[in-house]
Unconditional design. Structure first.
Length: 169
């Protein structure tokens, strides 16, 4: 056990408590809102800037596109969060608040696992330039030993996708 394990442990406790406090649907909404907001904004920002916003603002094309991306993102995130609050309120009425909070804590830990996987993806990419995985602090880490196997076994397609996109940069 080393400092990396301690840092990840503290972060895990924070994610767990945040998930317990907010509940499953609010935690899930934050996760879904981010991806859905980015996807919808990316898919429709040009259409919105040309069809709607350009009629009201006399800005450059790039500024209109950035503004429409931002507006779409904020609208989607807000709508997803409002829906999650509505569902959470309904669960409190039917006395499922405790179940919602317990699953929220579990989901908070799952988000941390996803962040660790992104960290390992980045580490794999950086390792092609610098040999970081041979460092003692990483080899001695219990967290790294136990979760890196998950990354290698269950997310090889994600690693390939990451490598493909970084080659294009």
């Amino acid at each position: 056990m080393n400092i990396f394990d301690i840092v990840v442990g503290v972060i895990a406790i924070l994610f767990l408590f945040k998930g317990l406090k907010r509940g499953f649907f609010i935690e899930l909404a934050g996760f879904v809102a981010l991806f859905l907001g980015l996807w919808i904004s990316y898919s429709y920002y040009e259409f919105i800037s040309v069809q709607y916003i350009s009629q009201y603002l006399d800005w450059s094309e790039e500024s209109l596109q950035i503004f429409s991306f931002f507006i779409l993102f904020v609208i989607v995130v807000t709508l997803v969060h409002l829906l999650a609050k509505l569902i959470t309120g309904f669960l409190k009425i039917i006395a499922l608040g405790l179940v919602n909070r317990l699953f929220g804590g579990l989901f908070g830990l799952m988000k941390l696992l996803l962040l660790l996987i992104v960290f390992y993806l980045s580490l794999d990419y950086i390792d092609t330039f610098y040999s970081l995985k041979s460092e003692d602090w990483l080899e001695d880490s219990l967290v790294f030993q136990n979760t890196f196997g998950l990354y290698q076994n269950y997310f090889p397609a994600l690693a390939e996708l990451f490598e493909e996109h970084t080659r294009n940069i």
